[in-house]
Design a protein around this ligand. Structure first.
Ligand code: NAG
Ligand code: NAG
Ligand code: NAG
Ligand code: CU
Length: 176
């Protein structure tokens, strides 16, 4: 009985890892947040983004003082031109929480004058989360922003994991 309980506990623990909650990403990190003239200029937020993996239903948290900055979701075209007239979504209260509710690329910018062109803009690529405990990219200084081809590494991980779970389950059953 003791052994069975132990194995059940292991299975429960593994299942809890599988259903890990969507992640929150504090844009620019806790200390810098969402600001104009970020250190290093316009590359700051793209570097930040390349240090993270964004999965559908993850949340971006833009930390800023209301009235000093804002967050507008823009089209790719308007993002590139820093044209903030047509906003897909608009957030004026900081901190702003934005759920990345689909796969694909999102574009954000501050709407305050000059802030977009001084580097307060962010574009992120969101990938499908088939397998929420799929290895998220560990923060690394020098890796270029590369995205796994949709599904391939995730499904390999998923298959490996399924085999693992099946093995554990069988081992438990054969305790009887
Ligand atoms: C990306 O991660 C590296 C390594 O942890 C860190 O040195 C660098 O400051 C990070 N870049 C940004 C923009 O967060
Ligand atoms: C994202 O969240 C919504 C609402 O909770 C849910 O219906 C949807 O299935 C989720 N999508 C993914 C890929 O987890
Ligand atoms: C899971 O990933 C596969 C392979 O990339 C993809 O075809 C499928 O649509 C994904 N399923 C969900 C529910 O996102
Ligand atoms: Cu701003």
């Amino acid at each position: 009985m003791g052994q069975l309980r132990k194995n059940v506990a292991i299975i429960v623990a593994m299942i809890m890892i599988v259903v890990t909650k969507a992640e929150e990403h504090i844009v620019g990190g806790e200390s810098i947040g969402w600001t104009s003239y970020p250190p290093g200029g316009a590359s700051f937020y793209s570097n930040w983004a390349s240090n993270h993996t964004f999965i559908v239903n993850d949340t971006l948290v833009f930390k800023f003082e209301s009235g000093s900055h804002s967050v507008a979701e823009l089209t790719k075209n308007n993002y590139e031109k820093c044209d903030k007239n047509e906003k897909i979504e608009f957030y004026v209260i900081g901190p702003a929480r934005v759920t990345l509710n689909r796969a694909g690329r999102f574009y954000f910018s501050c709407t305050f004058s000059g802030h977009c062109s001084s580097g307060q803009k962010l574009s992120v690529e969101v990938v499908t989360g088939n397998f929420s405990s799929a290895p998220r990219k560990a923060p690394s200084s020098s890796t270029p922003p590369s995205l796994p081809p949709s599904g391939s590494s995730a499904s390999v991980a998923s298959t490996t994991f399924s085999i693992f779970i099946t093995t554990i389950t069988f081992k438990t059953l054969f305790q009887f």
